[in-house]
Structure formats: C-alpha cells, structure tokens
Design a protein. Sequence first.
Length: 131
Amino acid sequence: FIILVQSSFFMHQSEIFDSFNNNANFNELDWINELDNDVPLSSIPIKYRSYTVCLQAVMLDGENFEYVPLEHQTVELCNIAIENDSYAFTKIDGSRFTMTEMIQFYKLAYNRDRDVVNVIPQKYLQYLFLQ
C-alpha cells in the first residue's frame, strides 16, 4: 500500500512538472493549488517559491518552512510555521533574527508543546519562564 501511495504521489509530481513545462501561463495560483493537493514545497522549483506560495505552504504544514528561501523567512512565516509545527523553530537561522525574536519563537513553540524544551538552546531556556 505504501509503495502504491508513493508511486501515485511521484506520478502526480511528474504530471505537475509536465503541466508546467507545457504551459507557459502556469502561475503562482497554480502552485498554491498544487500545495493544496499535498504537493510539498520541496517539490516546487525554487524560482517559483514566492512569498505567497511559501506562506500557503507553511500554513498547510509547518515542516515546509525548511524549504522556504532565506529572503522569505520573515517573523510572520516563522510564527506560522511554529504554530503548525512546534519544532519548526529548529529550521530557523538564528543569525537572521534578534535575540528578542528568537525568544518569542521559543516561547511560542514551548507554549504549544512542552517537549520542545529538550531542543531549545540552553542559553535561551531562562527566558522561557520570564513574564
């Protein structure tokens, strides 16, 4: 059964790219519709991962954050990713955000799932419990 599902998924991906290659009018909305059909963001060519496409992908599944181009990794997208997957913060490049923003990400993740405390960097743990 798993092999059939995977095979079907890859056939669908192939159809997507064939459709794109045969249709110069394939646009952002088409990619968003593909996301709604369970196509992961990692399957969409990077040049078509606009902010809107990435936003939709992260709203559908926080794990998609890993495939969001750096230029689209905003505080908004980080928060949405964490709201949909508590561990999404592990994919955030901490050098791109202030310490205050990182603390907010960790607090959001911790408030959703207390188990994330095991993977939050030690230097930030003290801030989780401050009001």
